[in-house]
Structures are given as structure tokens and as C-alpha cells.
Design a protein around this ligand. Structure first.
Ligand code: GDP
Ligand code: MG
Length: 185
């Protein structure tokens, strides 16, 4: 099983389609995917998880409940999950992370990255919407630093993509295949 996690509106559903050619239900509004949605790709389940974190117009308690459900889903299936693709919006993520850290909070993307790694689940960070990113190198370095990934490991963990324009989708597919092969999954 491969799970796609990330905030609402970062492009998880668009990316799954670009990668697998399978449509997952796509909400017109951010945060509409509230339950995990599964598609089958190469005899493997691919799960589009609900978006975590802030969703405009969604009460905080609901956001917290969605987050708890995602955590529980992943903990209960940790043994079956071969890979997690953490999708971030390459344009918005650095600003959001900065804001959370200034408030003394752990940014939710960073928290999820650490949570997945602690469970022993291999993680690829798909840095999406790079069509909107001006300085990609700086963005990748920043995200890696916040997530505690050494500079030398950036290429194996971070894959810059544009789901909308199809940029680097083949590279992401290749990294996914490599991770699954290394894991013997
Ligand atoms: N500019 C840009 N927009 C994107 C990209 N990927 C997705 N989007 C847009 O971001 C919005 C949210 O995408 P969606 O796949 O529904 O996000 P999800 O909530 O994470 O599943 C949609 O309007 C997409 O068209 C991308 O690579 N670049
Ligand atoms: Mg979605």
C-alpha cells in the first residue's frame, strides 16, 4: 500500500492521477476528501488520504478529528504501508512552516514527516506546484533543513514536481519504484 498524505489543496489527488492515470474523487472545494479513497495501481493499493491542517470554513474540532483519523489509519496499517508520499505545496509550504515555528508550534508537515519515519515507513516528499516556485533549490534546502534531512539525502527524499503540468512525474515514479524495490515490497 502507498499512502498520499498532505494538507488540503496541495495537489494530492491531481498527483495521483498524473502518476497512475486513476481518477480519485476530486473535491471542488479544499478539504472535501474526508475519507481515504483507494485506487489500485500495479496490483497495489494507492490511498488518497484526507487533507490535514487548516481548511477554510472547516471548524478546528473537525480539522483535529480528521488529523486523528489519519494518524490512526496509518498507525493501524503501518505494517502494510510500503511507502508514504508526503505532498507539499512548494510555493506555500516554506511560508506556512515559518509561521508555525514563529508561534512555537511544530509545523504539521514536519510533524507528519517525523511521525511516518518513526513508524519505519519510507517517505518521499513530493514538492508540488513547482511551476509556481521561483527558487527551487532554496525551497528544497529549506524544507530539508526543517525536516531534519541532511543535504546529501535531499535527492533521495525530495522530488520536485508539477502535477498540473506533468513535470517530473516520471522521476517521481522512478523514485517510488526504487523505494519499493529497496524495501522488497
Ligand atoms: N499551479 C499548480 N496547481 C496545481 C498543481 N497540482 C494541483 N494543482 C491545483 O491545486 C488545486 C488542488 O488540487 P487537488 O489535487 O484537489 O489537491 P488535494 O486537496 O491535495 O487533493 C487544484 O485546483 C489543482 O488544479 C500544480 O502542480 N501546479
Ligand atoms: Mg484531494
Amino acid at each position: 500500500m502507498i499512502v498520499f498524505v498532505g494538507r488540503s489543496n496541495v495537489g494530492k489527488s491531481t498527483l495521483i492521477f498524473a502518476l497512475t492515470g486513476k481518477w480519485v474523487k476530486r473535491g471542488k472545494r479544499p478539504g472535501v476528501t474526508r475519507r481515504p479513497v483507494e485506487v489500485t495501481w500495479r496490483n497495489r493499493k494507492v490511498v488518497d488520504m484526507p487533507g490535514f491542517g487548516f481548511m477554510s470554513g472547516v471548524p478546528r474540532e473537525v480539522q483535529e478529528r480528521v488529523k486523528d483519523e489519519i494518524v490512526r489509519f496509518i498507525e493501524e496499517r503501518a505494517g502494510e504501508i510500503d511507502l508514504a508520499v508526503l505532498v507539499v505545496d512548494g510555493k506555500a509550504a516554506p511560508e506556512i512552516i515559518e509561521r508555525w515555528e514563529k508561534r512555537g508550534e511544530i509545523p504539521i508537515d514536519v510533524e507528519f514527516f517525523e511521525f511516518l519515519r518513526e513508524l519505519g515507513i519510507p517517505v518521499i516528499v513530493a514538492v508540488n506546484k513547482i511551476d509556481k516556485v521561483k527558487n527551487l533549490g532554496a525551497t528544497l534546502n529549506y524544507l530539508a533543513e526543517r525536516m531534519g534531512v541532511p543535504y546529501s539525502e535531499i535527492p533521495e527524499i525530495f522530488v520536485p514536481v508539477s502535477a498540473k503540468f506533468g513535470t517530473n512525474i516520471d522521476l517521481l515514479r522512478k523514485r517510488i519504484e526504487e523505494v519499493l524495490r529497496e524495501k522488497g515490497a
